[in-house]
Design a protein. Structure first.
Length: 255
């Protein structure tokens, strides 16, 4: 397509994400044409991930960024593209591991506002009656499925009493509780993790999870896409640095 067609296609995608031409944030000379052509067409139009998956890294990056207005629009777009309300909340809840509670709770508040406007309600979960030992066993099972023999390296090593004093709880309440919650499957949660580690420049974790993503059904190209689709919402340099880490990790895994 020529550039005019690219800008038109990008503008259609932007509108589909809930941002109309009249948005005051677009009111700068040539700005709307620029973001439509590059961010919404060249990046947003990439289809290596299906659309319902493409909004996962966008929602994750927006949760990290704390951009309320954009988050509200993206929640609406996610619903319009078939992502279930529970899945949207789970993206934000998963992000709490990486971005902290305040950002997650701000995003949950925004999502619930959108849900209320659409008359969407969600039932509470039944009580989790597992024992701590059962949670530990579930956490070990998920870690094995995700990471295999690489699960106990670096900060996850039991031989490091400093890091393991915190990481031991992450096994129980991260892998054994959060990763097994309903609403997202392991593949989708891995997209959240890749997007989250990219957005936060957590390169050691990104290096580990980029390879583990292949164990839950993501292709190498899809792992990269999970980082690429954070770029419009969290900045190109951060995404490009994350992509460098991903490419090096995947190349090393092939050796």
């Amino acid at each position: 397509m020529d550039r005019t067609s690219n800008r038109k296609a990008g503008a259609e995608r932007r509108r589909a994400l809930g941002q109309p031409d009249s948005d005051p944030g677009l009111n700068a000379p040539g700005y709307a044409a620029y973001v439509d052509e590059y961010f919404h067409n060249d990046i947003g139009g990439r289809d290596i991930l299906p659309m319902a998956d493409r909004v996962i890294p966008a929602l994750t990056a927006l949760c990290f960024r704390g951009a309320g207005k954009a988050t509200e629009r993206m929640v609406g777009a996610a619903l319009d593209n078939g992502l279930a309300p529970r899945a949207i909340l789970e993206i934000f809840i998963q992000s709490a591991l990486y971005s902290g509670l305040p950002r997650t709770e701000e995003a949950i508040t925004i999502a619930n506002k959108v849900f209320a406007e659409r008359d969407i309600t969600l039932p509470d979960d039944p009580p989790d009656t597992r024992t701590p030992e059962q949670m530990d066993a579930d956490g070990a099972r998920v870690m094995e499925e995700l990471h295999g023999p690489r699960q106990a390296g670096g900060y996850a090593s039991p031989d490091n009493p400093v890091t393991f004093s915190l990481y031991q709880g992450a096994i129980r309440h991260g892998y054994g509780q959060l990763w097994v919650r309903p609403g997202l499957d392991l593949r989708q949660r891995m997209i959240v993790a890749i997007a989250g580690f990219t957005s936060a420049s957590l390169h050691d974790s990104l290096r580990k999870f980029a390879v583990s993503a292949l164990n839950v059904g993501l292709s190498k190209d899809q792992v990269a896409e999970a980082a690429i689709h954070t770029a419009p919402w969290n900045g190109l340099p951060i995404a490009l640095t994350g992509l460098t880490v991903i490419s090096e990790a995947l190349a090393a895994a092939d050796d």
